[in-house]
Design a protein around this ligand. Structure first.
Ligand SMILES: O=C(O)CCC(=O)C(=O)O
Ligand SMILES: [Fe+2]
Length: 297
């Protein structure tokens, strides 16, 4: 297919573009290279009128790397297509909290590719935020402090708070060297180097900051549209304002371990005594002890 027939329309100043003139189910190597280039430029891409079958959706995902099923929500995986993750609003599947997919894993997803199967005529839009812009919008002193911090992410939203990992607060794109603010209100639980109230307040500030309208794009769906996003440097949120059914299917491309600057301070609870406040440090303590045990093995 010739990529010169593609039409690319930017959707906001921060990120996002809609692409027409291509049939993704028939994409050849040249098309995939162009999708990668556009994704790099716009971070989230939309392809209306694709109406992709599950097998084509999965095959399209394989062009970008190995796929992973959902590690916790197995009941949302169709038996005939273990690579797909399905969310139906009628079953409570509405992602109405800002998040980056799967950040409780050591290696969160690289890309997510969403196939809109059914959606309301009005409402049910999805929003994305550009985490490079969020970082670059902070003042130099706050940027500098965030550069030296790390945070625990866990799968509490899936009732699996025991599944956790630590990521840098600021994720660096290894290709461009650009920095992105890497905290989300769904999975990020605790800043490792701070005491509990400091962590809570700074996380609340930063996870709200990411939602600034100037960093975002908002997309209105039609059934048959494909949306795909760079899951390393964006967050997303579904506007829960609709009535009726909304069903998505997603394939998820496996990612790398986030890279950031090394933490500049020691983890907080070290040397701290026991007090009424200690309960706030329990999870962090458990994480750090498990890490020490692993290192000693
Ligand atoms: O339903 C949507 O628009 C997005 C759902 C979501 O968070 C995801 O597929 O990762
Ligand atoms: Fe998501």
């Amino acid at each position: 297919m010739a990529t010169n027939s593609w039409h690319v329309k930017r959707l906001s100043a921060a990120l996002g573009a809609e692409v027409s003139g291509v049939t993704l189910a028939q994409a050849d190597d040249g098309d995939i290279a162009e999708v990668k280039r556009l994704l790099n430029e716009h971070m989230v891409l939309f392809f209306p009128d694709q109406h992709m079958a599950a097998d084509d959706h999965i095959a399209f995902g394989h062009h970008f790397g190995p796929l992973e099923g959902h590690p916790n929500l197995k009941e949302r995986t169709p038996e005939d297509h273990p690579e797909l993750f399905r969310l139906a609003a009628s079953e409570g599947g509405i992602a109405d909290e800002w998040h980056t997919d799967l950040t409780f894993l050591d290696r969160p997803a690289l890309l997510s590719i969403l196939n809109m199967k059914q959606c309301p005529e009005i409402g049910g839009d999805t929003m994305w935020s550009n985490l490079f812009a969020a970082y670059e919008g902070l003042s130099p002193p706050l940027r500098e402090m965030c550069d030296g911090l790390s945070a625990v992410h866990d799968a509490l939203p899936h009732d699996r708070a025991d599944r956790m990992t630590v990521h840098p607060l600021v994720r660096i794109d290894p290709d461009s060297g650009r920095k992105a603010l890497y905290v989300n209100e769904h999975f990020t639980r605790r800043i490792v180097e701070m005491n509990a109230p400091e962590s809570e307040n700074l996380l609340a500030y930063l996870t709200n900051w990411v939602k600034q309208p100037a960093f975002t794009v908002r997309y209105h769906w039609h059934a048959g549209s494909i949306g795909m996003w760079d899951n390393r440097f964006t967050q997303h949120y579904v506007v829960n304002d609709f009535v009726g059914e909304r069903v998505i299917e997603r394939v998820t491309v496996m990612g790398d371990r986030p890279v950031g600057a090394a933490p500049r301070w020691r983890p907080w609870p070290e040397g701290a005594g026991r007090s009424a406040m200690s309960r706030h440090d329990r999870q962090l303590d458990r994480y750090l002890k498990a890490g020490t045990a692993e290192a000693a093995e």
